[in-house]
Design a protein around this ligand. Structure first.
Ligand code: GA4
Length: 331
């Protein structure tokens, strides 16, 4: 039943030590409601994370993608490996290139200009990913506009954030978008008393501007609240979850928080967790610095300026749980 078999032993995967916490009231925003912009900005200032309802992505797209992804993950391991192109493509247990491990298998793809580039994915899965990505990119773009509105940016300047993520590819290259499908089968390792679960995906922040997550009915996602407490996020397959990334924290000069999050793998006897995450990042040459239209008179940038290419390069040399913005923070 457990379909991930690579030489990393389950003993090498860290246990999650925190106590069980009650599911916290994660902010929830109806994207079609009149007060959405203010609610989005409030959530991003407070937690850096919120649940988005009325997002407009047809359930048929999500269902098709979920079915195709589940069929792919059910293939024999050797067939899945044909889609491996580290750090992209199929992977299992190993996250990134620097020794991070978790109890999961995944597909990680670069997307953009309407095409999902990946070797040897079944064509029906690729098509489902393309369709889903096109719909979710639009949600990301709409949320970025709401964010700009909620931040008080004048209407004629509000498009800038959106353009960073959805602009057509120009001579400087297009936005850097990724899609990740994570499959967390139930972990067969017995837990001793007091142990809370096995790490599916270790704690980290997302380097990009915005992440849009959808999962099936199995929980496991946890976010860290500003006071440092981990709380579980109750799954809701009909909603999307929006995550502020490191680059957005910088673009807003720290007004929005890049949220730390992690996933605890399902225990034996539970259902697999399947999640799909769209990561909206800017073009490689995009300068990442606080948006001028946001800065108050005399306000100093909290960060040294960098380009997305520079940040991404540094990120890919880091360990998952590193504080990646640290080296860019100004004293
Ligand atoms: C975290 C967010 C996304 O899943 C990701 C991850 C990437 C990877 O899996 O290859 C990284 C991680 C993520 C940040 C630090 C580096 C790179 C694994 C890792 C240890 C696709 C991304 O863009 O950054």
């Amino acid at each position: 039943m457990v379909a991930i078999t690579v030489p990393i032993s389950v003993d090498a995967i860290p246990l999650v030590k925190c106590a069980h916490a009650a599911a916290a009231a994660v902010p929830s925003v109806d994207l079609s409601a009149p007060g959405a912009a203010a609610a989005v900005a409030d959530a991003c200032r407070g937690v850096g994370f919120f649940k988005a309802t009325n997002h407009g992505v047809p359930a048929a797209l999500t269902d098709a993608l979920e079915a195709r992804a589940a069929a792919f993950f059910a293939l024999p391991h050797k067939d899945k490996l044909e889609a491996s192109a580290r750090p992209l493509g199929y992977g299992s247990k190993s996250i990134g290139c620097n020794g991070d491990v978790g109890w999961l298998e995944y597909i990680l793809l670069s997307v953009g200009s309407g095409s999902v580039a990946a070797a040897s994915l079944p064509p029906s899965l690729r098509a489902a990913l393309e369709e889903y990505t096109d719909a979710v990119r639009e949600v990301g773009a709409r949320v970025l506009e709401l964010m700009a509105d909620g931040l008080g940016i004048a209407e004629e300047r509000r498009g800038e954030l959106r353009r960073m993520v959805v602009a057509p590819a120009g001579d400087k290259g297009g936005p850097d978008e990724l899609v990740r499908v994570n499959h967390y089968p139930p972990c067969p390792c017995p837990l001793a008393a007091g142990q809370r679960g096995v790490t599916g995906f270790g704690e980290h922040t997302d380097p990009q501007i915005i992440s849009v997550l959808r999962s099936n009915r199995t929980g496991g996602l946890q976010i860290m609240l500003p006071e440092g407490r981990w709380v579980p996020v109750a799954p809701d397959p009909d909603s999307l979850f929006i995550n502020v990334g490191d680059s957005l924290q910088v673009l807003t000069n720290g007004r929005f928080r890049s949220v730390k999050h992690r996933v605890v793998a399902p225990a034996e006897g539970q259902q697999s967790r399947l999640s799909v995450i769209y990561f909206g990042g800017p073009a490689p040459t995009q300068r990442i610095a606080p948006l001028p239209e946001l800065m108050r008179e005399g306000e100093q940038s909290l960060y040294r300026e960098f380009t997305w290419a520079e940040y991404k390069k540094a990120a890919y040399k880091s360990r998952l749980g590193d504080h990646r913005l640290g080296p860019f923070e100004l004293p």
